[in-house]
Ligand binder design. Structure first.
Ligand code: FUL
Length: 754
C-alpha cells in the first residue's frame, strides 16, 4: 500500500486495514511494509493511535543518516585561539596573534583516531569567537593573520590531507554565532543590512574558485558571509561528510536571523554526502556529559515539517519519542542522536596537570551506551599548543580501540545455527519476524562465555520497531533470563553478567510493527575486578564501591567500573583479615567504627586488589564547641560531616589564634588522630599544631604537638599516633603553622582512633 492510498482511507477503514494487514502478516511473513517508507511522514487529522504507530514504524533514515549511524564512533576537534588563551569561550576580540602555533601534526591526530576505530572527524573550522582555521577569502580574522606559518598556514587543508591518507571522513563545525562579526565595528552579524539577491560565492580578485557552481539567494550580509564560507569549506577541502551547526550563542545582535534553508540548498548541491547536525540531519543528545537515555528512539515527533523548518530547538527531555510523545506531533521524522562529550575537562585544551582526561573505562562505557543505545558517539579530543593530541589522550584512544576490537571484533555466534540472515555479515539480508513466532534461537557448536549481545534492526529498509525484548541463555538444562531491555533501532548492545552457554534465545516482547532484524552477534568483554574505594558516609555508615573516575567536568553519573563489570561482587572483612570468596558480601552500607575495613571485588572467580580503610570513632554525637572564625560556606561542622569535599576554613587575617574545640559526646580513650586537608584548595594546610584534652571543656591539658610535611603537593589524610593514649571527652586542635605561610586554616575531616 502506498502512502497516498493510505491517506485517502477514512480512519475506521484505516484501522480495519491495519488489523487485516497485521492479521495477514503470518501468511505474508516476508511483507513487513504496509506502505511506503519515508524519512518524514505527516500525521493526518484522521490518524488513530494505531495508524500513527504504524506510520512511525515506516520512518527510515536517509542515505546520509544511515552512513552517519554506521560510522558509530567519530571524533570532534576543538582548536583555535581558546587553545592558547585557555578559555572555553573566546570573546571575538582576541588578537589573531594569540594563535601562536609553531607545529602541527594532523597525521598524528588521524593515527590516534584510527587506533580508536573512529571513522570521521569534525573540526571547529570556526568556533563562536569567529576565528577561522582556513584561508578564507572573506575575513582576515583567522590563521591568515596569525604567526602560524607566517599567516600562510591552513589547518583544514592539513587535516583534509591527513584524512585522505588515513581513510577518515571529514566534517566541519561552522558556528552560526560569531563574536568577531558581532563585536568589530565593520562586523556583519546583526548589522541590519538589507535582504537582497546575492551571488554565492562572491568573486574575490586573484582568488578564483576551481568549482564554478554559483547560487543566487536573497540574503543579508551575515547570511551571505556564512554562505560564502560554506562554499569555500565544501568545495576546497575534499569531500565533506558532516556540517555541524552549534545551537549555542554566547551573544546575539540586531535580531540576526539564519536563512538555514538556503544554507541547506548549498550543502545539498556541494556536499551531497554531508549529514547536517543540529538541523533535520542529526540531533544533539541533550547533554555534553556523555549521558545516554535508556531508550533512544530516532523517530522524532515534530509540530512542523522538519524538511522546511529554519529553526530547530534543542531536544533535551528524557522522554523524546515514546508512543505518547508521537501522538503530540504532526510529523514523524527520522533523526539520530549524537552523543557528544569531551575526553578532557572542557572542549578546548588547557593544560596537562589540572585538566583531567577521561580514562579508558569511561570512554569504553560511553561507547557501549551510545553506539549500543541507537546513537552516534562523538568524542572530542582537543589538540594541545604543540598542534598534537596529548600523550594521555592518545593512550586512552589506543586502549579504547583495543577494547572495541577485542570485544566486538569477534562474533561468538559465527558458527552458530539460527536464521542465516542474522548471522551473516551481509548488510543486505534481513529477517522479517512472524507475528506469532517472536522468539529466535541460536545454537552454538560448543559452550562459550559471553557477557555482551548486539542486536540490529533493519532500520535502513524497515525502520525501528522493537520496543521491548529479552535475552535468555540455556544454563543447566533450563532457560535463564539474562537481560530485559527496551528499543533496539540501529544497534542495541546488551550487557549482562558473564554466562557459559551453547544456546541463546532472543524474545521480542513488544513492537510497533512486525520486527525486521538485520543482525545479531554475541561477544565477550574481558572484565577485570575494579579497584575499590571504602568510605564512611553520613551517620557513620560505611560504603564500598569501585573507584569513580576523577573527571569533574560534566560527570554523567554513571559508574563505568560497575557498568563494565556486570556480575561483580564485593566482599569485605572488619577483623583485620584479608578478604576472600567466603567473606561477607557487601550489599548495602553498614555501621562500623574503630577498626579496619578490607574489601576486594570478585568477578568470574578472579580476585581484585585489596582496598583498606581504618575508621575511627563514629561522629554522630560530636558537637563543635568553639572555633576561631569561619567563612560562610565553610562552617566548623563540616570538619566532621564524613565528607572530604566540604571543609572548615577560618577567615584570613582575622584570628590571632586558630583552633577548633570539639565535644565527642562521651569520655573516650584516644590513641591516634587523622587530619584530612581539603583536596580542592591548596591553602589552609595545617603543618604544625597541638592537640589538647579536657574532661569538662574548661580545663585543658596539652597532649602532643604534631607535624605533617608536603601537604600542598600531596593533600592526603595524615595519621598521627600519640606516644601515650589518653581519655577525654573534649578535644582542641590548636594551629601553630600553616603551609605556604597562609593565615587561614582548613580541615576537611578530623578522625580520632581508640
Ligand atoms: C557547545 C559550544 O558552546 C561549546 O563550546 C562546544 O563547541 C560544544 C560542542 O557545543 O554548544
Amino acid at each position: 500500500m502506498t502512502k497516498s492510498t493510505f491517506k485517502k482511507v477514512p480512519s475506521i477503514l484505516k484501522l480495519l486495514t491495519l488489523l487485516f494487514l497485521i492479521g495477514s502478516c503470518k501468511e505474508e511473513s516476508k511483507k513487513a511494509l504496509f506502505y511506503t517508507t519515508q524519512n518524514t511522514i505527516k500525521i493526518d487529522e484522521d490518524d488513530s493511535r494505531d495508524s500513527i504507530i504504524l506510520k512511525a514504524a515506516h520512518v527510515v533514515p536517509t542515505k546520509n543518516q544511515m552512513n552517519a549511524l554506521k560510522d558509530e564512533f567519530i571524533a570532534f576537534v576543538h582548536f583555535g585561539p581558546n587553545t592558547f588563551t585557555k578559555l572555553e569561550w573566546g570573546n571575538g576580540m582576541e588578537d589573531p596573534s594569540v594563535f601562536n602555533l609553531k607545529n602541527l601534526d594532523t597525521d598524528q591526530w588521524c593515527r590516534a583516531m584510527k587506533d580508536a576505530g573512529m571513522k570521521k572527524v569534525i573540526i571547529t573550522a570556526k568556533h563562536h569567537d569567529g576565528f577561522v582555521l582556513w584561508q578564507s577569502r572573506y575575513t582576515k580574522h583567522g590563521v591568515m593573520s596569525s604567526p602560524f606559518q607566517n599567516g600562510e598556514g591552513d589547518i583544514l587543508k592539513e587535516l583534509s590531507k591527513s584524512c585522505e591518507k588515513y581513510g577518515i571522513k571529514l566534517g566541519v563545525y561552522l558556528s552560526p554565532a560569531d563574536l568577531y562579526q558581532i563585536e568589530n565595528k565593520d562586523g556583519l552579524y546583526g548589522n541590519l543590512s538589507e535582504y537582497t539577491v546575492r551571488t554565492i560565492p562572491r568573486p574575490v580578485e586573484g582568488r578564483p574558485f576551481e568549482n564554478k557552481t554559483t547560487f543566487e539567494f536573497k540574503v543579508d550580509d551575515y547570511n551571505e558571509y556564512f554562505l560564502n564560507q560554506l562554499f569555500e569549506l565544501l568545495t576546497e577541502y575534499g569531500p565533506i561528510d558532516e556540517v555541524w551547526f552549534d545551537g549555542a550563542h554566547p551573544k546575539r545582535k540586531g535580531g540576526q536571523q539564519y536563512k538555514y534553508r538556503d544554507w541547506k540548498k548549498l550543502i545539498t548541491a556541494l556536499a551531497p554526502n554531508a549529514v547536517v547536525f543540529g538541523k533535520e540531519g542529526t540531533r544533539w543528545c541533550g547533554n555534553e556529559a556523555g549521558a545516554t537515555r535508556e531508550t533512544e528512539w530516532n523517530i522524532i515527533p515534530y509540530a512542523e515539517d522538519p524538511r522546511t523548518m529554519n529553526l530547530f530547538a534543542d531536544i533535551t527531555g528524557e522522554d523524546v519519542a515514546s508512543v505518547d510523545k508521537l501522538m503530540e506531533g504532526k510529523y514523524l521524522h527520522y533523526q539520530p542522536a549524537e552523543t557528544n562529550t569531551s575526553i578532557r575537562e572542557g572542549w578546548f585544551y588547557r593544560n596537562e596537570d589540572e585538566q583531567k582526561v577521561r580514562n579508558t573505562d569511561d570512554v569504553f562505557d560511553i561507547y557501549e551506551r551510545s553506539v549500543g543505545g541507537n546513537s552516534i558517539f562523538l568524542l572530542n579530543i582537543p589538540p594541545n599548543r604543540e598542534g598534537k593530541f596529548s600523550d594521555k589522550d592518545v593512550t586512552v584512544l589506543k586502549e579504547t580501540g583495543i577494547r572495541i576490537n577485542e570485544t566486538y571484533g569477534i562474533d561468538l555466534l559465527e558458527n552458530a545455527k539460527g536464521p542465516a540472515e542474522l548471522l551473516d555479515t551481509d548488510e543486505d539480508t534481513f529477517l522479517v519476524l512472524d507475528n506469532d513466532e517472536l522468539t529466535l534461537e541460536f545454537t552454538l557448536p560448543k559452550e562459550v562465555k559471553i557477557n555482551r549481545f548486539t542486536i540490529q534492526e533493519d532500520v535502513k529498509r524497515h525502520g525501528e520497531r522493537i520496543s521491548r525484548h529479552a535475552l535468555d541463555a540455556w544454563v543447566d538444562g533450563a532457560w535463564q533470563e539474562l537481560v530485559l531491555s527496551t528499543n533496539v533501532g540501529y544497534k542495541r548492545i546488551l550487557r549482562f553478567p558473564e554466562v557459559t552457554t551453547n544456546k541463546l534465545r532472543l524474545r521480542i516482547l513488544d513492537f510497533r510493527a512486525i520486527p525486521v532484524l538485520q543482525n545479531v552477534a554475541a561477544h565477550y568483554y574481558k572484565t577485570r575486578p575494579p579497584v575499590l574505594e571504602i568510605e564512611r558516609i553520613k551517620n557513620g555508615m560505611v560504603s564500598i564501591a569501585p573507584v569513580m573516575a576523577d573527571f569533574k567536568w560534566n560527570p554523567n553519573g554513571e559508574n563505568p567500573a560497575e557498568n563494565l563489570n556486570k556480575g561483580m561482587k564485593i566482599v569485605y572483612t572488619t577483623n583485620g583479615e584479608e578478604p576472600n570468596e567466603s567473606s561477607t558480601v557487601f550489599s548495602k552500607p553498614f555501621s562500623f567504627a574503630n577498626g579496619t575495613v578490607k574489601a576486594l571485588a570478585i568477578i568470574n572467580q578472579e580476585l581484585g586488589s585489596v582496598a583498606e580503610l581504618s575508621l575511627g570513632l563514629q561522629k554522630n554525637n560530636w558537637k563543635a564547641v568553639k572555633a576561631s572564625s569561619n567563612y560562610e560556606d565553610h562552617h566548623v561542622n563540616l570538619l566532621f560531616d564524613e565528607n572530604k569535599d566540604s571543609y572548615w576554613l577560618s577567615k584570613e587575617g582575622v584570628d590571632e589564634d586558630q583552633y577548633v574545640t570539639l565535644d565527642l559526646g562521651d569520655e573516650t580513650e584516644i590513641s591516634a588522630f587523622k587530619y584530612t586537608p581539603p583536596s580542592t584548595i591548596s591553602t589552609g594546610m595545617i603543618e604544625k599544631g597541638i592537640i589538647y584534652s579536657s574532661m569538662d571543656g574548661i580545663h585543658w591539658q596539652v597532649e602532643e604537638t604534631f607535624e605533617f610535611g608536603n601537604l600542598i603537593n600531596n593533600p592526603t589524610g595524615r595519621l598521627f599516633k600519640f606516644k601515650k593514649s589518653f581519655s577525654t571527652r573534649y578535644v582542641k586542635l590548636q594551629v601553630i603553622e600553616i603551609a605556604g605561610g597562609n593565615s587561614s586554616a582548613a580541615i576537611a575531616e578530623l578522625d580520632f582512633f581508640k
